[in-house]
Ligand binder design. Sequence first.
Ligand SMILES: [Zn+2]
Length: 392
Amino acid sequence: MDFEDAISQIRDAVDRQRLVDTAVALIEVPSHTCEAKEVADRLSLLLEEDGFAVERPDAGWPEAPAVVTRWEAGPGGRTLQFDGHLDTVHLPFVAPRIEDGTLYGQGSADMKGGLAAAIEALRILRHTGILSTGSILLTAHDHHEAPWGDSRQIHGLIEEGYVGDGVLLPEYLFDRITVAGRGQAVMEITVRREGDRIHEVLRPDDTPDVIEGAAEVIRGLKALNAELSKTTHKYVGTESAFVGQIHGGEIFNQSPVECKISGTRRWVSGRDTAELEGEFSAILADAADRTGTIVDGTFTVVRDAFQVSEEDDLVHALQSAHTGVTGESLPFGNKPFVDDGNCFSSMRGIPALTHGPAAEGAHTSNERVRIDELVRVAEVYAATAICFCGTR
Ligand SMILES: [Zn+2]
């Protein structure tokens, strides 16, 4: 069968209502991060009712075991993994509803809608039998959204070997093939001095100034940022050191004992995160030296940077699938946020591409996604499997 025949079989097999029903079934179960047990149980039941075998590994989070389905088309070939998170940000719950071909509700955009599309792709592949070799691994988990979650369950899944040869993540990015993305760390800094708070006119002359210490830290980070911004990297732009928050002092004429700063550090692939942390520590040590303050900080790596070769088979497969389904090819580009795809790349060197519906309102109370988009994603995912799984 040629690829065009496969695409038309996929189109015939996609069941729009079944896809929407699945999305609604997931959205109607509230699942704030670290509270996804009930929705995981719901998904597990749905898949089992559909005849798929389901595994429930704890993967580091026994409160809500992950949901895993392996479906084999035939011996040999590659495994394509569809991975999604079941948890949502901690905003008030919004129940699912459909209006004018658009699905609303918490998680419709981020990312129960996309996950339902991936499940529909799996059903299409099983129903049509057009995939003769290779397999699909579906993984769904909790603990994704920061700061409530710390990604321990995706780490657990990867460490326990629940990985394919390539991964698609149906997050809300649709207009490019994400061949590169920056890593991200959160920087939290505390500048302190010995002694108590005191009226400014009563303080001894040699009292260290924590505001000055904080200013020195910020100056150091700004100088680093200026240096980093001189180098532009393909697709991802520049590395950065960003300060988003500073807080110190109680009233205008009191010498404070503490000042806090926080921000982000972003970098491109190929950097050693221990070195980045060393660079950060040196800035803090320098500020402490210059101002006689005590400066402590944490440099918490959220996700490492990643890069996927433009020649990677998964890139080719997604491109062919997208072109086959929509008639248009996708440009190569940057993944502006960090997501679980970064973990597959940094922990196992597995190519992982984020591609999902053109959904809107992620991380707000007005999430929405057009059902046509979910159908498109289901078709693209099934077609990607045809291109990726068959050859080795
Ligand atoms: Zn998401």
